[in-house]
Design a protein around this ligand. Structure first.
Ligand SMILES: [Zn+2]
Length: 237
């Protein structure tokens, strides 16, 4: 009996893990969000979520500088307070900061008033520390319901998801992430990476392969004629 329960639980856990690896549930909530832009120009936007991190963000910034490209960082308000100098370095090097909420809470069951308060407070924190005003919001883990989406848009925010996810939290190698992204890229795509966090935590994690992926991917896409822009530059054409 205990063996059957063990097998049953293992199968459920395995299915959840496989679904997380092979299915991107963000595709289910794309309506009303921006996850790519219709364009005939070979432009794409790299985005990094969950930072800033004192370990990974500087390494990612170094790689972006070497590749001479600008990206968009969807920061967690709490991490901006904790690592203000890193957040300021992101801005000083010409990258864009966007709003990923204060504490990476899953907002699925928030009331519209709660989501407004969380976004506004995060906006305030980012403004105080970096001087930047945010106008793009990304819901943690892409959990969103339609009524919250309407509320967020009524605050003059665009909701940004992604066309392609690196799934860099799974543990793929830099080479396989770069190969996958390069093979599936389209003009106007927004790409998702993380500069902090892991499967169980929103901070830390191991972003070694993300760091290594940047020079590989940017070389592959530049060879195909792609340019890298911020989300704002992509959206505004
Ligand atoms: Zn996140």
């Amino acid at each position: 009996m205990i063996l059957y329960i063990f097998i049953g639980v293992s199968l459920v856990v395995l299915s959840v893990i496989l679904a997380a690896i092979f299915f991107d549930q963000a595709v289910l909530v794309r309506q009303g969000t921006i996850y790519r832009v219709d364009t005939k120009q070979k432009k794409v936007a790299l985005t990094f979520d969950d930072g800033p991190s004192p370990i990974w963000t500087p390494q990612i910034l170094d790689e972006l500088k070497k590749a001479q490209i600008k990206a968009t960082f969807f920061m967690i308000g709490y991490h901006v307070q904790k690592y203000p100098d890193i957040a300021r370095r992101v801005v000083a090097e010409g990258h864009a900061i966007a709003n990923h909420g204060y504490a990476h809470s899953v907002i699925l069951y928030y009331t519209p008033a709660e989501i407004e308060e969380e976004i506004k407070y995060t906006e305030h924190v980012i403004k105080e520390i970096t001087g930047q005003t945010t106008k793009y919001y990304r819901p943690p883990k892409a959990w969103l319901r339609a009524s919250l989406g309407e509320k967020i848009k009524s605050m003059n925010y665009d909701i940004i998801l992604w066309a392609l996810s690196s799934k860099d939290w799974v543990g793929f190698s830099a080479r396989s992430m770069a190969n996958y992204l390069s093979a599936n890229i389209n003009m106007g795509d927004i790409l998702l990476f993380h500069d902090s966090g892991g499967i169980w935590h929103t901070e830390g994690g191991n972003r070694t392969q993300t760091v290594k992926c940047i020079p590989l991917l940017t070389k592959m896409l530049k060879d195909k004629g792609y340019q890298f822009v911020t989300v704002e530059e992509l959206v505004n054409g």
